[in-house]
Design a protein. Sequence first.
Length: 262
Amino acid sequence: MTAFADLHHADEPLFLPNAWDHASAHLLAAHGFRAVGTTSLGVAAAAGLPDGAAATREETLRLARTLGPGPFLLSVDAEGGFGDDPDEVAEFARELYALGAAGINLEDGLGPADRHAAKIAAVRAAAPGLFVNARTDTYWLGDGEDTTRRLDAYVRAGAHGVFVPGLTGPREIAALVRGLDGVPLNILYSPTGPSVPHLADLGVRRISLGSLPYRRALGAAVETAAGIRAGREPEGPAPSYEEIQSLGRRDRGEGGGTASPG
């Protein structure tokens, strides 16, 4: 197994925060997270593009090019692979792997299960070292119907792990873990769902945050600006200018000099 796959079979579940740019990923890694995922919503919104619409292929590759060589293991949220053709999805995965990504997250969007399974098989063949996390949207977009059948098809196609965002019921999670027979289950953390320790007790092997950090960062930015305008001092911690400046890449040949905080 790869180092990233190993994290799904360790004593504790893999807790995977999701970043949306160079600074957010490196700041998370600097605070002890061995692996970082990307959030498709954050990548799309930062570029002024819609999420889940296969509109951010190049933006996702650009971010992977920045983050792939980083001091952490990178898993990339690739929506549905940015295409319906398994060969095109496989080529995208091959590019990600060449850039240093350790994992890829592929969602079915409740499209045909056989098509998603074909994408997974093609990715496994094109980039054998890439951890494939197969997501089904049966709870995210539906009522949970057909979850087991879809996941079974994806595992048979070669998925290393499976992801069921929107599933928060402890009884349903525990039953799904038992049915997966050792295949790592990824659950999206929800403030209204089980806590991280509870998810671990249920047998969940990967807990991700999705777009939550990005949305909270936007909320904090608006709250800070509105509060200062209203005469209030900003609350909560904030990295210093120097700390963020230190995260900048050093491989682009930028010259020295001192910039004003901005």
